[in-house]
Design a protein around this ligand. Structure first.
Ligand code: AMP
Length: 405
């Protein structure tokens, strides 16, 4: 895969670069504004490099899941926020935005406005259903008049969309700085990380993460499992989990994983915070070995937190994906808070994997205190499973076409 340095070395003054970033930031309020700027901040280093090289940057992203034009999901608030963030970091460049549709006359108008060292943001790619379908006509329209493509949207590299794959087949393409950084961290996690190596898994569903367990079980020293997915593992061990959600179809697989994981140790919950439902004002700690679960297990209990802390002591690499409890609700947030604090102070290389776990890391103020927070949850998991991500495959193919450095 070629990188930004290669592109800048090959570009001619005034060339226009299509940049695919992941600017899918949450919006709130009226008029809408960006409520969490993490993804925007992560996209800045690539934009700054291109702008300071005097290139014309045509930026694009999706936002939310519209199936056609939807003013509530316009990227206008993102353009405004991005301009502010760039200015705050000493790169006060205009971020042009014309709205409308991502291609067609609105795009033409935008291209006319973007000068060298400036940025123009296209409207939400998913306003056009051809984006998700990787439609060749849409990819043609996206690249028209541009000379290079940079994919910096690691979080969407597992999607074969037009702005991820189609455009990389049409322009000389390379990975941006964020994609490079994510790959460096994740390839270490599925390669030869410093050991002891522990993986903490949580979150709602076991089926989303089983592939990661299968792929990593021979590499790791152990797994700590919490959250809704732990119920399926507990059921596989014959522990009664009351009304907690168990993925019946995955119980047998969980049993096999517990039995056939070589040297890897497993830390499963020994106690849990139980309540009748998510809206209960508090839960009760139940010992899962001796007690009766009357309701649902919505967080891990103090003994489990203690067991996990002891297992992780001395670890040199830790990957955390999935909260061990329903941390969005105060009565069930303690397990996630404890893990977050434990990892913030841990001397190991700690990588937090995407989505809800990244949100939890931010909520508990530890995002800056771990080695790396992945911006893409699904993409990170698929990469760790050893799957080929279409966006990365397209970048590799483009590098081959472009020849040696
Ligand atoms: P995932 O996207 O699979 O990582 O799932 C994240 C979600 O799992 C979060 O929204 C949590 O609220 C939820 N979660 C964590 N623990 C549990 C649990 N014990 N029961 C149900 N949901 C949970």
């Amino acid at each position: 895969m070629l990188n930004l340095t290669d592109l800048i070395a090959r570009a001619q003054p005034g060339d226009a670069v299509l940049v695919r970033s992941d600017l899918n930031a949450p919006l709130g309020g009226s008029p809408p504004s960006v409520t969490d700027e993490t993804r925007l901040v992560a996209s800045l280093p690539t934009l700054r490099s291109l702008v300071s090289a005097g290139l014309r940057v045509v930026l694009c992203s999706h936002l939310g899941r519209p199936t056609g034009p939807d003013p509530a999901l316009s990227l206008a608030p993102v353009a405004e926020k991005l301009a502010g963030l760039l200015a705050a970091r000493g790169a006060a460049v205009p971020v042009h935005f014309t709205g409308g549709m991502p291609t067609g006359p609105d795009r033409e108008r935008l291209l006319g406005e973007v000068g060298p060292g400036e940025v123009g943001l296209l409207e939400n790619l998913r306003f056009d259903p051809r984006e998700k379908g990787n439609d060749p006509t849409f990819a043609d329209e996206l690249v028209s008049g541009l000379q290079h493509f940079v994919n910096d949207a690691f979080g969407t590299c597992h999607r074969a969309h037009a702005s991820v794959v189609g455009v990389a087949e049409r322009l000389p393409a390379c990975g941006g700085l964020l994609v490079e950084r994510e790959l460096e961290v994740l390839s270490d996690l599925r390669g030869r990380p410093a050991r002891p190596y522990w993986v903490i898994l949580g979150g709602a569903k076991v089926s989303d993460k089983i592939g990661v367990v299968e792929r990593l079980r021979d590499l790791v020293d152990g797994f700590v499992v919490g959250g809704g997915m732990a119920n399926t593992f507990l059921a596989a061990k014959g522990v009664r989990v009351g009304g907690s959600r168990v993925e019946e179809g995955a119980v047998e697989l969980a049993r096999q994983l517990l039995e056939h994981s070589g040297e890897a140790r497993w830390v499963l919950p020994v106690d849990g915070v139980v309540a009748a439902g998510l809206d209960e004002p508090e839960g009760t700690v139940v010992d899962l070995e001796t007690g009766e679960v009357e309701g649902m297990i919505l967080d891990i209990g103090p003994r489990t937190i203690d067991l996990a802390a002891r297992a992780l002591h001395g670890a040199r690499t830790i990957f955390w994906n999935g909260p061990p409890g329903v941390f969005e609700k105060a009565p069930f947030a303690e397990g996630t808070r404890s893990f977050a604090e434990l990892l913030a102070d841990h001397p190991a290389r700690v990588v937090v994997g995407g989505g809800d776990t990244a949100a939890a890391a931010r909520r508990f103020g530890i995002a800056e205190r771990v080695s790396h927070v992945c911006t893409g949850g699904g993409a990170a998991l698929e990469y760790l499973e050893g799957k080929d991500l279409p966006g990365l495959v397209a970048l590799e193919a483009s590098a081959l076409r472009q020849g040696p450095r």
